[in-house]
Design a protein around this ligand. Structure first.
Ligand code: NCD
Length: 357
């Protein structure tokens, strides 16, 4: 059982739309989200030409990032790593704690402080909740603080995933009035899935959104998130029957069973088929509805869905790299270098970058 006391407390992002630490999605306001989405599209567009790619590479050539990932990761690690490389940031990593001085008994605080001696940003993922917030608080007490980015804190939060999810929703609904007023379903292990927990915290920024939670009772969305939704007047309903609610959804965000958190194989007791999407379910989805998934997938998402134009998860995955580049640009206050650029000018200079689409 996850204790609410172990959940992270908000760490302020600073005044206005500035960004320093990225720890808790609750601190993100609409202005900043819109700015990040716009910046993401700009970076993605600029990178499409060779001249644009070179311009991006020159933005942060003297910047170094530390990846402290002691919990498994494929997408978040690779997308952040490549976002850094897109911007010219050099990267260091510790992914196996047995190779760090932790084995000599060095404290967590001393390890973080040591990383900060060599790099300009710390990007971290841990099995325990609250560690990134702890690192950020430590940074705020030292003379040379560096920003800390939470790339996944236990089963609690995953703020940059929520940002890329917002970007994916915003992009998908760009011709239908954006995210405002949409009906968004979240399905699967909502109790222990940090991506949906973080995404819920961003919903207060989008008027008239309605949420539909589709989960087995024992893995229902937790009270801390539901309390937050009630506080901000965001309507939500809960059901175990996907078929009944699917036709009304604009987006269905599918998640896997987070069985790595099982104490006694409790996720094995769940009938997955009731919380999965295949071609049969696609028949019930609106023609312009979308399917999202943070990946990796399990049996809850049939690969046969991949070829349907409403399957948005591969694009969602790729959006992650661009959104994370935008987050880094915002942290290092380079957004104005991008905001006023003539995006067409790069493409005109020397053609497309064949590596980017
Ligand atoms: C998610 C995570 O790590 O929380 N993956 C990701 O970052 N894209 C989702 C998951 O593992 O189920």
């Amino acid at each position: 059982m996850i204790q609410d006391t172990a959940r992270e407390q908000p760490v302020p992002v600073g005044g206005g739309t500035e960004l320093f630490h990225v720890i808790d999605p609750r601190v993100f306001e609409r202005r900043l989200l819109d700015e990040l989405c716009d910046l993401t599209t700009r970076v993605r567009t600029i990178a499409k030409s060779n001249a644009g790619a070179r311009f991006l590479q020159d933005l942060l050539p003297n910047c170094r990032a530390m990846f402290f990932f002691t919990q498994p990761s494929t997408r978040t690690f690779l997308s952040f790593n490549n976002a850094c490389h897109v911007l010219g940031i050099r990267t260091n990593e510790i992914r196996d704690p047995s190779t760090s001085s932790e084995v000599k008994g060095e404290s967590f605080e001393d390890s973080i402080r040591t990383f900060s001696s060599y790099v300009d940003v710390i990007i971290m993922r841990t099995r325990e909740p609250g560690r990134a917030a702890q690192a950020a608080r430590l940074m705020d007490t030292i003379a040379r603080p560096v920003p800390v980015i939470n790339a996944g804190s236990g089963s609690d939060q995953h703020p940059t995933q929520a940002l890329l999810d917002i970007y994916t929703l915003d992009r998908s609904f760009s011709e239908r009035g954006g995210i405002d007023g949409k009906v968004i379903g979240m399905m699967g292990d909502l109790k222990r899935g940090r991506t949906v927990r973080s995404l819920c915290y961003l919903m207060k920024n989008y008027p008239d959104v309605r949420l539909v939670f589709i989960a087995p009772e024992q893995f229902a969305m937790q009270n801390d998130v539901k309390g937050h939704l009630k506080e901000y007047g965001i309507p939500f309903t809960e059901t175990e029957q996907l078929g009944k609610v699917l036709p009304e959804l604009d987006a269905l965000y599918v998640t896997r069973m987070q069985s790595e958190w099982d104490n006694a194989g409790e996720s094995r007791a769940v009938d997955f088929k009731r919380f999965s999407v295949g071609t049969k379910e696609l028949g019930l989805l609106k023609p312009d509805g979308i399917i999202m998934h943070p990946l990796p997938r399990g049996p809850e998402l049939d690969p046969a869905v991949d070829t349907d134009p409403r399957a948005m998860y591969w694009r969602q995955e790729r959006n992650g790299m661009w959104m994370r580049a935008a987050v880094l640009l915002k942290i290092f206050r380079l957004e104005s270098r991008i905001r006023y650029l003539d995006l067409e000018a790069f493409a005109a200079q020397d053609g497309d970058n064949p590596l980017v689409s």
